[in-house]
Design a protein around this ligand. Sequence first.
Ligand SMILES: O=c1[nH]cnc2c1ncn2[C@H]1C[C@H](O)[C@@H](CO)O1
Ligand SMILES: [Zn+2]
Length: 359
Amino acid sequence: MIRHEQLTAAPKVLLHDHLDGGLRPGTVLELAGELGHRLPRTDADELGEWFVESADSGSLERYLETFDHTVAVMQNAEAIRRVASECVQDLAADGVVYAEIRYAPEQHLTAGLTLEQVVDAVREGFEHGMAHAERPIVARQLLTAMRHKARSMEIAELAVAYRDSGVVGFDIAGAEAGYPPTRHLDAFEYLQRENAHFTIHAGEAFGLPSIWQAIQWCGADRLGHGVRIIDDIRYDESAGDDGKVELGRLAAYVRDQRIPLEMCPSSNLQTGAADSIARHPIGLLTKLRFRVTVNTDNRLMSGTSMSRELALLADAFDYTLADVRWFAINAMKSAFLPFDERLAIIDTVIKPWYAEQLG
Ligand SMILES: O=c1[nH]cnc2c1ncn2[C@H]1C[C@H](O)[C@@H](CO)O1
Ligand SMILES: [Zn+2]
């Protein structure tokens, strides 16, 4: 059994966390007050509960509606800087040592900011957050394009332009059904020609065809969620550990190529992608040694944190600290940070801490 305090202290690596899904409820209230934006609740705790309850809808589309409020209060540089700095400080306080935090610059232009000003504000906020965090943390940006819109090429170009200024990759997000990744093929081909990195939200609200396109057409380095890869795995649940497991071609490819799965258990329960933590595909995928990583997705909408996600998994699957170490190293190996910097975090931060605990 892992003590939950131990999970907070443990160095953790987070690859899938949305900036606009991780605001402090109190900050949403204050920023909304300054802007005159109307919110459904006026007390911070109640507002936090409202986000979790509203996101608990069983559908990705309805889950995404809650972002209207967070995006609305992130339209000026000062607000964006504050949110970005608090995000990094909150992650560091929870023991996250490396984080890739994503958001869609195109959603922050309604008050007149340019795409570049949005990315600069996030960069400044992250730098402030790293300098003021209670524990050391390295934070980098992923730029997301919204899959139902048509700005992915522009956002991909922005990610490349900022590759030496805190942006380590690109992503697409938003409603998955009806918006296949191949809609944005030109952006992905451009990124490949630029030797740039990208992940794609796939296999969350839509199944195997979405994952297949993301990998085999678009060339995704990682999969955002990817839970539906389970549909390509045949196993006899009733046989327990003795049951025979058969991987289909796509699942075998994902495992053989060590394609990282950015799994977000609590988020999946809310959007209906999984029906309980105990039955979440992460259990089997971990046992089968896929390149599984554990993530928060949206801390505000799921009322969660990196250590809470790990605690839920540890309770459901009897994970030990050695498993938590495996998740951290898997994630650090899969990060879009340059190899030497990844290795330095593994060798000087992650391994020494776990070695001391595990003996
Ligand atoms: O889990 C998700 N799936 C698809 N899209 C998502 C998810 N979480 C957040 N988003 C969307 C809503 C945000 O406004 C956007 C950029 O962070 O990404
Ligand atoms: Zn996400």
